[in-house]
Design a protein around this ligand. Structure first.
Ligand SMILES: NC(=O)c1ccc[n+]([C@@H]2O[C@H](COP(=O)([O-])OP(=O)(O)OC[C@H]3O[C@@H](n4cnc5c(N)ncnc54)[C@H](OP(=O)(O)O)[C@@H]3O)[C@@H](O)[C@H]2O)c1
Length: 168
């Protein structure tokens, strides 16, 4: 199983201005296309309830799994599920279903939990030419993970994706 974290960051290191902000409001169309391509390849996306509410619907063509302790409208096994499973257990059950790649799509709370459990293999960090000054950072707690730059994907003259491998 290969698990990747995918996020868009401002040039000053934020993933959002506040909890209610939908990321597509400030990210580029090139990043939207990159996100769509990578998550469709995986077939399954995992996100926290707050992020899901900024989107408001399951992502088309992908199974959307939402971490939440509360019921969510519109669930169906093929398109939208909720979970409270420990990350390793969720991965094992997805592997049993035949998934080989899983996209961890945020927000900060989800990114932090998954990287702290050492379950992320790759990070795709899109850097957009935007400044917030204050806001929500990628992680909410101390992280000890070592990473190595594997590739730079130039999406346009303004937007780059940094692909990092997590070191064992
Ligand atoms: N720039 C980007 O690439 C990017 C990507 C994703 C998100 N974001 C931004 O990030 C912000 C949201 O991040 P966030 O950290 O505040 O929230 P979040 O991670 O999206 O969601 C947090 C919520 O998820 C649920 N949850 C988390 N861990 C859980 C667990 N182990 N078990 C059960 N439920 C769990 C809880 O919901 P309940 O209260 O329902 O239990 C919790 O309140 C938004 O502004 C969003 O736009 C940016």
């Amino acid at each position: 199983m290969h698990t990747f974290l995918i996020a868009a960051l401002t040039a000053d290191g934020f993933i959002a201005k506040d909890k209610n902000q939908n990321s597509t409001r400030w990210t580029s169309k090139e990043d939207a296309a990159f996100f769509s391509e990578k998550t469709k390849e995986a077939g399954v996306v995992v996100m926290g309830r707050t992020t899901y509410e900024t989107i408001g619907r399951p992502l088309p063509g992908r199974l959307t799994i939402v971490y939440t302790s509360r019921p969510l409208e519109g669930c169906s096994p093929e398109t939208l599920r909720t979970t409270e499973l420990p990350p390793a257990e969720l991965l094992a059950s997805l592997e049993d279903e035949g998934y080989a790649n899983v996209a961890i799509c945020g927000g900060a709370s989800l990114y932090t939990q998954w990287i702290q459990k050492e379950l992320i293999n790759t990070l795709y960090l899109t850097i957009e030419p935007v400044l917030f000054g204050t806001g929500i950072q990628l992680f909410t707690e101390e992280i000890r993970t070592q990473i190595r730059l594997k590739e730079r994907h130039l999406l346009s003259d303004q937007t780059t994706v940094l692909e990092y491998e997590v070191q064992p």
